[in-house]
Design a protein around this ligand. Structure first.
Ligand code: BDR
Ligand code: CA
Length: 315
């Protein structure tokens, strides 16, 4: 599998990168950075540092992409991941530096040179991917498969009741991407709350492995565990990006999924970034309410259940 990871590198994003970098038979061809979780330059540093931790320093190019959403002011999540995105570990600067080519151009160049070959793991706001769609109309069809961590499945979001962070930050980009014709799988916040949760004893067991990678896992996730405790009264650790990556690496971890019609709300006052997820309507339903228009064809496979124990084992 040949993969590009598009990321707003903080906390769980970094461990997701490590999973892909360590998985047998996977070639990570590039890391592209999109504005999101924390200060943009720090996201680049975190990606470069994570490559070093994985023993891949200098071997995988990192490209800096869109620094802010298409039409909105940037919104970050420093309050979840710490100022440096690594629970304030203040890791040293890596030797490798980012490439000079813009990430959107790199995405287009790599995909168009290898049509049908490249899988993209999108674990950030979708600004880079949407910009690639706008710049190169053949882009979506040339991507082998797009895995998105984003949106909700008709359940509570993590930023507002209606919306998950990646779709909330850049709803216009999410709308462009969901309507671009990608072969696409959506791994939502709803799925993550259900099946990416790790409990205190499991986190302790991972930490007790004691290797540098295990310590890295504990460190980068520490701030988000503290955030969960402060906000929800439960110190559970959620791993939306890592779960999405794990499902991409081993689809046998997908226990239930449905082909759905997914669109994104960009107009609502309370519903910015809401992902509308529905099963395709039947002809009888179209007849019953013609005002709703013709039912669209499914545009995404939405994962409904994942194998949590299998995910933990992979970690
Ligand atoms: C998503 O938002 C980010 O904060 C995480 O890295 C993840 O991609 C979860 O809503
Ligand atoms: Ca992310």
């Amino acid at each position: 599998m040949r993969v590009i990871i598009d990321t707003d590198t903080a906390g769980d994003d970094c461990f997701s990168m490590l999973l892909a970098l360590a998985y047998p038979g996977v070639s990570v061809e590039a890391i592209t950075i999109c504005g999101g979780n924390i200060a943009f330059e720090q996201q680049i540093e975190n990606a470069l540092y994570t490559l070093e931790v994985a023993g891949k320093g200098g071997k995988v190019p990192v490209y800096a992409g869109c620094q802010r959403p298409m039409m909105r002011k940037p919104v970050d999540a420093e309050y979840v991941f710490g100022k440096d995105g690594m629970s304030d570990a203040n890791y040293p600067r890596a030797h490798q530096r980012a490439e000079t080519t813009h990430a959107v151009q790199a995405l287009i160049d790599i995909v168009m040179a290898n049509p049908g070959e490249i899988t993209i793991l999108a674990q950030a706001p979708l600004t880079n991917i949407a910009a690639a769609v706008v710049q190169e109309p053949r882009f979506a069809a040339a991507v082998k498969h797009l895995w998105i961590m984003g949106g909700t499945d008709n359940s509570l979001g993590n930023v507002t009741p209606a919306a998950e962070f990646n779709f909330y930050v850049d709803p216009e980009a999410a709308q462009i991407v969901m309507n671009a014709g990608f072969a696409c799988t959506l791994s939502t916040w709803t799925l993550s709350v259900q099946d990416s949760v790790l409990y205190a004893d499991e986190l302790a067991a991972l930490d007790a492995i004691g290797t540098p990678l295990a310590k890295f896992f504990t460190q980068v996730n520490k701030a988000s565990v503290e955030f969960s405790l402060a906000r929800y009264g439960q110190g559970d650790s959620l791993h939306p990006d890592s779960l999405t990556c794990a499902l991409m690496l081993d689809e046998s971890l997908i226990l239930a999924a449905g082909d759905c019609v997914v669109d994104v709300e960009t107009q609502g006052r309370l519903t910015r970034g809401y992902s509308s997820v529905s099963s395709p309507r039947l002809p009888a339903q179209e007849e019953a309410d013609p005002d709703l228009g013709k039912a669209d064809a499914p545009n995404a496979r939405v994962i409904r259940r994942a194998d949590r124990a299998g995910f933990l084992a992979m970690l």
